[in-house]
Design a protein around this ligand. Structure first.
Ligand SMILES: Cc1cc2nc3c(=O)[nH]c(=O)nc-3n(C[C@H](O)[C@H](O)[C@H](O)COP(=O)(O)O)c2cc1C
Length: 194
């Protein structure tokens, strides 16, 4: 992999690899692991689905969840994509995090199936719940609600990258690593030892 093979905009390059992965049969190329660290400095990682790729990487969640509490205390995150197809690749996105606008969250909320929206109303993500039955009863009680309204506690985050690294497997572990580092309005690029 040479720098000349990559888009000058690393977010467009990420999009390109994601589409190549999808075309090559990766079942969920938009899945990414997001790592956060809250006030206690303890890192935590979990999978989320990338639901927007504009000036940053967007995902949606519950603002009351553990990850959101971390992000309120320390609005920085690292996201990781990993693919086996069409070749073994990894993309690391590091940056500052802010909430998406309420309008963005409303727009995405509206695209979700009503049943998923009802589940989100019942589930206060990451809180301890006594049993599965409590959740199922809560959802059953909303059975007639066809257009569940987005609660204020549910919405998106955008990770605006300061660094994006593209990794591609090479022969004999001589892998390629090319890193984009935010530089003013543009990007500085550098090759890293594998
Ligand atoms: C493939 C996959 C995709 C997921 N997508 C999301 C998502 O988009 N948003 C979300 O809040 N949780 C998603 N989850 C659940 C999270 O991994 C996690 O359990 C949840 O967000 C609570 O994390 P927290 O307690 O660290 O806040 C997903 C899990 C998997 C395995």
């Amino acid at each position: 992999m040479e720098l000349a093979d990559l888009d000058l905009d690393p977010l467009r390059q990420l999009e390109r690899w994601m589409e190549e992965a999808r075309a090559a049969g990766e079942p969920m190329p938009e899945a990414m692991c997001v790592a956060t660290a809250g006030a206690d400095g303890q890192p935590a990682a979990r999978m989320v689905l990338m639901r927007g790729l504009d000036t940053g990487v967007v995902f949606y969640t519950d603002y009351g969840s553990d990850k959101s509490r971390d992000l309120a205390a320390n609005p920085r995150a690292a996201a990781l994509f990993h693919y086996f197809a069409p070749v073994h690749r990894q993309v690391r996105v590091t940056g500052a995090v802010e909430r998406t606008s309420a309008a963005d969250s409303d727009r995405y909320w509206a695209t979700r199936p009503a049943a998923s929206r009802r589940s989100a109303l019942v589930s206060h993500q990451s809180s301890v719940v006594e049993s599965r039955t409590v959740l199922e009863d809560g959802v059953a009680a909303l059975a007639g609600v066809e257009e569940p309204v987005r609660p204020d506690r549910w919405g998106g985050f955008r990770i605006t990258p300061v660094r994006i690294e593209f990794w591609e497997e090479g022969p004999a572990r001589l892998h390629d690593r090319i890193r984009f580092v935010r530089h003013g309005d543009g990007w500085r690029t550098e090759r890293l030892s594998p």
